[in-house]
Design a protein around this ligand. Structure first.
Ligand SMILES: *Cc1c(COP(=O)(O)O)cnc(C)c1O
Length: 483
């Protein structure tokens, strides 16, 4: 399996899965994709139907990473997808399923269900990929004798998923910046209660943007970056995308009785990482009818899939919503889909994403390309805060199921795209406990709390408060990497 950049660099060169694992963007600023998508045969699909999650993950991953010995990869997948790690299931469910499918009911002739992706350690779907990444990093570093110091900024979700994935991993340290006293008590406790010696929580005196500026400043100090082996775990990482392909297969098998059926998926979207994995599953031959992109008030993607116009927003036009993990104004994985949409023409991709930088967007409506969006199965919709509150209430009353704001966004949009006889699977991307404020508003009660989270806020916390100054952050990293 060879990887190429969406902007054309490296065509004719060889990049294996391991080569791109620890890196971010390609040299030319593009994103890596396989030179060809592997196809899944009818025989394979039949065999995969009954596999455990871990063994299914091995089968899917091995199609993208033929440079890793099969026995190593299988052991890695089995170590990652265990009932112990994905233990935060609701009453009566089996943790061994990793991503249980919860049927809700039949609406407009379509069986409607939730695919639970949020039973991992941080109660959000990012655990699905990040946990694998932690084990892949440890494996790759041990092979080469290298170490890695991950530097990141978080306002909550991604940072905690990264910390829980990397805790205790050999050769990896995490330095995570978060805004001091600006996160919810739950989010703060989730991150700061980690006592692992390789996890460093840095509470920056400032806001989230200050944290991000520091990460940029440190990354732009190339000497420091090389000296201290600084890396990141952002959502464009290819291994994260490919790990997410697995649960589309799992969800498909759970929602159908035979491989002749087709299934639609609705995906609460921000950076387009999750639904990009669905696109890849479909390109591999999984019988997916529709891929429904659901956004909140930050509707860059909905606008594109309705009009062909991609117009990124500035920070003044990016709203803080009750589904904050989708408050994104520029979808970092979108370029991967555009590459396929344009028939894999890197010169045109380069031009379009130059237009994004220089003119704030591009318009594919006039060219014939936009019409092909439907051939790839894509449709879209968006929700408002009032929609999400209404859906949370409705689902609780009608189906006795408590859902979070992101999943509510998905369900609202899914209902606009139901087709009789075609199962609709909505990806559940977080548990309600993470977004308790809206649960209290919608249901006038506390969110459900998995047993492992009892008393979380009272645990001792370990963090370092630093001023919003890149120099002091560098000094802190230097002291802890040597020590
Ligand atoms: C990250 C996240 C999303 C958005 O996923 P993308 O891959 O960025 O599209 C949706 N819901 C939750 C809860 C998330 O944490």
């Amino acid at each position: 399996m060879n990887y190429i950049s969406t902007r054309g660099a490296g065509i004719g060169e060889r990049h294996t899965f391991s080569d791109i694992l620890l890196g971010g963007l390609a040299k030319d600023g593009g994103l890596y994709l396989p030179a060809d998508y592997p196809r899944v045969s009818a025989d394979e699909l039949a065999r995969w139907r009954t596999l455990s999650y871990a063994d299914l993950a091995f089968e899917v991953l091995s199609k993208f990473s033929d440079d890793i010995p099969a026995e190593d990869l299988r052991a890695l997948a089995r170590r990652t997808y265990t009932a112990d790690v994905y233990c935060n299931v609701r009453d009566g469910e089996s943790a061994a399923q990793i991503t249980p499918l919860k049927p809700l009911g039949v609406e407009s002739g379509a069986p409607l269900s939730l695919l639970e992706l949020s039973n991992g350690p941080t109660l959000a779907f990012k655990d699905m990929a990040m946990q694998l990444l932690g084990n892949l990093f440890e494996y790759a570093l041990a092979k080469t004798g290298r170490t890695l110091n991950i530097l990141g900024a978080t306002s909550g979700d991604t940072g905690s998923a990264a910390e829980y994935a990397m805790r205790g991993k050999q050769g990896v340290r995490v330095f995570m910046l978060s805004p001091h006293k600006k996160m919810s008590a739950f989010q703060t406790a989730q991150m700061y209660s980690l006592q692992d010696p390789n996890i460093f929580n840095i509470a920056v005196e400032g806001v989230f943007d200050d944290c991000q500026d520091i990460v940029k400043a440190v990354s732009n100090d190339h000497a420091f970056k090389a000296n201290y082996k600084i890396g990141t775990v952002n959502s464009i990482n290819w291994a994260r995308v490919v790990a997410q392909v697995v649960y589309y297969f799992k969800g498909y098998f759970a929602a159908t009785k035979s491989n002749d059926e087709r299934v639609s998926f609705t995906v609460p979207s921000g950076n387009f990482g999750n639904v990009c994995a669905g696109h890849i599953a479909r390109m591999m031959g999984l019988p997916i009818e529709k891929l429904v992109v659901a956004t909140n008030e930050n509707d860059v993607l909905d606008e594109f899939f309705k009009s062909g116009v991609y117009r990124v927003r500035g920070s003044a036009e990016t709203y803080h919503t009750s589904s904050p993990s989708m408050d994104i104004s520029k979808a970092s994985n979108f370029e991967r889909f555009v590459f396929d949409l344009l028939g894999r023409d890197p010169a045109r991709v380069l031009q379009l994403f130059r237009d994004v930088e220089e003119k704030g967007g591009f318009d594919l409506a006039a060219s014939g390309d936009f019409a092909r969006v439907r051939e790839f199965g894509f449709v879209s919709g968006s929700s408002t805060h009032a929609d999400r509150v209404g859906v949370i209430r409705d689902v609780y009353q009608r189906y006795h199921t408590m859902i979070d704001t992101h999943t509510a966004d998905g369900l609202k949009v899914a209902r606009e795209h139901l087709q009789a006889g075609v199962p609709m699977v909505v990806l559940e991307t977080a548990q309600p406990l993470k977004f308790g404020e809206t649960i209290r508003e919608a249901l006038a009660r506390e969110p459900e709390r998995p047993a492992a989270f009892a008393g979380l806020e009272a645990l001792p916390q370990r963090f370092e408060v630093l001023p919003g100054d890149a120099g002091q952050v560098k000094a802190f990293i230097a002291a802890n990497v040597r020590g």
